[in-house]
Design a protein around this ligand. Structure first.
Ligand code: ZN
Length: 255
């Protein structure tokens, strides 16, 4: 029976950073478990803070003490354990779908499964080179900012939005440049959404280039960016946008 006790304790002991979920077995005797509580205790504690829940005996759900439990404690614990420490606040653009915002966030965190990142996780790959130019290691900075395909798209977006083309090679470069752009806040937010859509479209193009048949056309990427960002903006900004204005001078559209 003592052997079973130690096994149970090992199975239930989980530590996340400085927090812990821990089972303490006081006296494990299955024969009388339902008779005299507490035969065992299960508690979840935040280190140096309060116990956030505790369960006694066999009647766990009825006898648990949830009076000090708060959902925000669990959320804080998980955020502390899993979220990276951010130097800038989350950038969330309402004119584009959640999936594209999440994609841009992953790009910022360098969490996309590029060949460089897969290789770091010991995934065996036939090549680490960028599939679009077959020239340089495929990491996030190259694929979305340094690759010739990415630069062509950047130029087209800048021409479309009447902006000077600025050479940037990474997300940090792009963000620094983007912050320097002088536009109204709402218009600038739409432009940021356009860039997010461009990264999302480029990633889709890269995946189709690798895995789809027939291979997609490179010159269709920009058309897709203009079209998708228009429809998403119309759907989410609660305004009627004029397609011709969107094509010709999106930076002048009143938002
Ligand atoms: Zn490339």
């Amino acid at each position: 029976m003592r052997t079973n006790t130690s096994i149970l304790m090992m199975q239930l002991s989980i530590s996340i950073m400085n927090c812990s979920i821990m089972a303490t077995v006081d006296d494990l005797d299955y024969q009388y478990l339902h008779v005299l509580p507490p035969r065992w205790t299960l508690c979840w504690t935040l280190a140096k803070k309060k116990v956030i829940w505790r369960i006694y005996g066999a009647q766990t759900t009825e006898q648990g003490n949830y009076s000090v439990f708060q959902v925000k404690d669990v959320r804080s614990m998980l955020d502390e354990a899993f979220l990276p420490k951010m130097e800038v606040p989350t950038r969330w653009i309402k004119s584009i779908p959640i999936k594209v915002n999440v994609f841009a966030w992953k790009l910022y965190l360098d969490r996309l499964p590029t060949r460089s990142n897969l290789s770091r996780r010991n995934v065996s790959l036939p090549s680490l080179a960028c599939p679009l130019c077959d020239h340089v290691l495929e990491d996030s900075s190259h694929l979305f900012f340094g690759c010739s395909v990415a630069k062509d798209i950047q130029k087209l977006i800048c021409r479309w939005w009447n902006l000077d083309v600025h050479p940037y090679e990474s997300y940090e470069d792009w963000l620094s440049w983007f912050k320097s752009i002088r536009l109204g806040s709402k218009t600038k937010e739409v432009l940021e959404g356009v860039f997010y859509v461009s990264w999302w479209s480029l990633w889709n193009f890269r995946n189709q280039f690798l895995f789809a048949s027939p291979i997609p056309r490179k010159d269709a990427i920009f058309d897709n960016i203009v079209l998708r960002s228009f429809y998403w903006c119309v759907a989410r900004c609660n305004r009627t946008l004029n397609w011709v204005s969107w094509l010709q001078h999106p930076f002048l559209i009143p938002l």
